[in-house]
Write a protein that binds this ligand. Sequence first.
Ligand code: A2P
Length: 300
Amino acid sequence: MSAIPPLHAMPMVGFGTYLISNDEVAHSVESAISVGYRHIDTAAGYGNEQGVGEGIRAAMQNLGLSRSDLFITTKLWPGNAAWGDAPKNFEQTVEACEHSLKLLGLAYIDLYLIHAPSGAEQRINQWKALQHLKQAGKVKHIGVSNFTEAHLDELKNAGEAMPEFNQIELHPWSQKPALLSYMAAHHIHPIAYSSLVPLSSWRVAPGQASAKTEQMKADGTDSPFQRMAEKYKVSEAQLLLRWGVQKGYAVLPKSTNLERMRQNIDLFGFEIDAEDMALIAQMDRGDGVAWATGDPRFMG
Ligand code: A2P
């Protein structure tokens, strides 16, 4: 089993960049770093790595930061035969990482993840390639995203080192308790994406597709999270993000709005009490909804 990095290596609140265009993202990333984010999450599949890199460089220059002050994650798009996109083999995975490094303009990536288990028969080769990239110093930490217990067992049964991280959709409506207990038993750190799904303001802009149900949308308008947030004198977004960090999950809120960016990183001045944590524990509704194509754990 690979060594588990100390959690302080990765700030618990990262800035998510999914659905921010390559043109817009440099400004957003620069703003996020200027209001205090030190962890930025992107992916080859977001099509914005070049802009993310520009934003990082601009912020480093303006704020006098060095590369080691920042924790940058990007992800391998593994391919998906069902979408006519051939799964990448070992060499193609190495090349994809080098391409991401070039687009980002970075000498190394802090965390490189396999974005989804859709690589089918190439999953093991992709994982071997990530281990090679780590040994070569191109990436500091490696992990996966949207992997189930079965996908993780596949790596274990092949005698491979286990991932350090699994980035998954996690919020009160998708709590994934069995997967999380498997991950805890195997020392795999959880990173939560789409923590804000229950908000009525979640992905409301045109073209932001998801599998969020009409029931969930209706439930967002008079929500128990809003009432809890009032009790702690925070916003509903802060309550949902605090739930994640209090459970020990790093969170990756995305916003293009400066005030929301500030709010989303300000999570450490209150604590959700045990009674409310117990109430939230009962609100699980199962699979994730952030991907329009359904929970990507079932892509492989
Ligand atoms: P916006 O970018 O307009 O602020 P994701 O799952 O991709 O992280 O989605 C985050 C969604 O939640 C986006 O639609 C974002 O919209 C919205 N959002 C982010 N922060 C807040 C906040 N503090 N309050 C309300 N909505 C938020």
